[in-house]
Design a protein around this ligand. Structure first.
Ligand code: ADP
Length: 348
């Protein structure tokens, strides 16, 4: 509002901002204005007014005004001081707007952004700890059952020391695998490249079968390797791929052990598929529920009472990190098949 006509203060434009409850005869003055400005904003307003009086071309300020008995209002003031020929301040021309609603919206937005950032962090932490718990479960269970077996052997009148020594070797290997898993997950979540090495997909599959054989037997099931004749060289992180195949085999065990339990060996097949190696895990369980088929690779999708629903989503990101693909379908004669397709190292 222009200050012309208001003789008592050059800053009438500013002081004319008043809460609806205030009266117009509330004589404006610089001191009165400053007294109504929020204490935290007062020094800045004072500085801006001083600068304007000493020749600053224009003023722009945002501050809180404290109307008598009301909630603070946010005010945005813009304008300039006009001077006479002697350089004395003559009047203020400017405008002051009540921007309380906009400020509140901005503050709410800021608050929401903070919440979203926090939630994203929590989700990331949840995912990381969930993934760690999920993947470490297997080696930790193996270490526990091996340690219990060793205690049973040692409790016998004539312990078989050679057997215990072998169990200890297994424990050390499982412990090392747990360490490798932690390293691998840190790389996965840290988005670092993982070290690749040239390896034969069939040897990898064979090694995995040896690792899971005890688990499979404990489920009352069996696993059969169909590894084909020709070597299939791929560039891969062996620990990551081991983890994918172990996950798929353990899922197959769960599917096949669930009632009505079905016999028939779970198959781990290795074959060439054009320029790629195709690793398949085929089971004779109940198959994947049709409504879940499109979602089983999403995180936190599980049908198991104690499942976390993270295994397949991790497996798929590992496959993608190897320029490979992982997909699933139900078999025409029952059960499900999961296929991991990885480019051959020498593929053009
Ligand atoms: P989790 O094993 O913790 O449930 P996964 O991501 O490994 O997590 O699996 C997600 C879901 O996919 C399982 O809960 C199950 O419903 C389904 N699923 C996975 N593998 C099979 C399979 N071989 N046969 C049938 N359903 C499966």
């Amino acid at each position: 509002q222009p200050a012309e006509g208001c003789k008592s203060s050059r800053f009438a434009a500013i002081t004319n901002i008043r809460a609806p409850s205030e009266h117009r005869d509330d004589a404006p003055s610089r001191g009165r204005l400053l007294a109504r400005v929020h204490p935290d904003d007062r020094a800045a307003v004072q500085r801006t007014l001083q600068d304007s009086l000493h020749g600053a071309p224009r003023y722009d300020m945002e501050y809180r005004l404290l109307p008598a008995g009301g909630a603070p209002r946010w005010i945005s003031s813009h304008g300039s001081v006009e001077f006479d020929e002697q350089g004395r301040p003559l009047r203020v021309r400017g405008v002051s707007l009540d921007i309380t609603a906009r400020k509140q919206a901005e503050l709410e937005l800021l608050q929401k952004q903070k919440e979203v950032t926090h939630l994203a962090r929590v989700a990331m932490l949840g995912e990381l700890s969930g993934a760690l718990a999920h993947e470490l479960n297997q080696p930790l269970t193996a270490i526990l059952s091996n340690a219990q077996a060793a205690r049973r052997f040692l409790a016998q009148p004539e312990p078989d020391v050679a057997e215990v020594a072998e169990i200890l070797i297994d424990i050390v290997a499982e412990d090392k695998r747990a360490g490798d898993i932690i390293q691998r997950l840190r790389r996965l979540f840290g988005k670092q490249d993982t070290p690749r090495q040239r390896l034969d997909a069939r040897e990898l599959a064979d090694g995995v079968i040896r690792l899971v054989r005890n688990d499979v037997i404990q489920h009352g099931l069996s696993v059969r390797a169909e590894l084909g004749g020709e070597p299939l060289a791929i560039q891969a992180d062996p620990v990551q791929l081991q983890q994918v195949l172990i996950n798929l085999l353990m899922n197959a065990c769960d599917a096949q052990a669930a009632p009505p339990a079905s016999d028939g060996a779970i198959v781990l097949r290795c074959a060439r598929d054009g320029d790629a190696a195709l690793l398949s895990v085929i089971d004779h369980g109940a198959g994947i529920a049709p409504e879940l088929l499109a979602r089983i690779f999403d995180p936190f999708i599980t049908t198991k009472a104690r499942g976390m629903g993270l295994g397949l989503s991790i497996c798929r990101s590992i496959a993608a990190a190897h320029q490979g693909t992982l997909w699933a379908h139900n078999n025409p004669d029952g059960g499900a098949s999961f296929h991991l397709r990885l480019p051959l190292a020498d593929a053009p």
